[in-house]
Design a protein around this ligand. Sequence first.
Ligand code: PLP
Length: 297
Amino acid sequence: MDSEMLYLNGEFMPLSEGRIGVEDRGFQLGDGVYEVIKVMNGHLVWLEDHLTRLVRNMGEISLAHALSGHDLQAVLPELVARSEVDHGSVYVQITRGYAPREFVFPHPPHPTVVAYARSKPAPTDEEILAGTTLHPVEDLRWARCDIKTTNLLPAVLAKEEARNAGADEALFVAADGVVREGGSSNVFALLRGVLRTHPLSNRILAGVTRKHVIEFAHREGYGVEERAFTLAEVTTESEPECEVFSASTTKDVTPVVRIGSHTVGNGRPGRVTLALLDVMRREQALLVGLEPPAPLS
Ligand code: PLP
């Protein structure tokens, strides 16, 4: 699209004109962190949460000062406006920048700061209600999954494996059967009437959507526990009332209807899942000045 604009190290330009050196550490070493922020009605949704996580993650990789001179609070809305994005997302990436290739940090670093906005239509109600499918893979990622790093090869391979298996998303499962999270989503299960999701730890990303879902669930009076569940628990026939959903910035709350070859619950989006999605859609609509959509539940 012609209007796609890039913010690169302090300057706005058409996305197609952006150039980054071959020895950028993001390209050669995956030495960077990123964020994806939802855009609705031209507004950035939950921007504060994303910027807080970005700054935290920059600290975790010793890149704390990379954003000095970049006021993302102002830059990102300007980028969305310049790109004329109504619905879609903004991608932000900070790397340790350009330096002759060495593993150890360059001193001083010259970080690369990149952001661009892209349009993507919201899913239709029919698409949401069709649900999504997960493909379990062993979680072979590193032990700092709490950092949203651009080192995404394990997720790339897992998602490709999921696609080849006919599923929409990978489901990272630990060797002991504990469900951690999706390839790029957090995962919740309703088991015996209680909503559960993996607790925050080094094994999962602290999803912004996850945080809000937990808040909504508390507010709506659902039992919620940040307590892991196993793959066996959500794939046994004895749990007909079981619901599973994924939660992420780009896909909101998405009902899961199949995991591997197993049909979840009755194979249709669950009642609690849809109720939480309705709350989320209403909240987000209010935040960005839109009329709340008709409920799905
Ligand atoms: N877990 C992983 C591994 C992710 O990559 C993502 C998002 O990309 C999420 C969870 C969901 O996080 P958020 O809700 O902040 O988009």
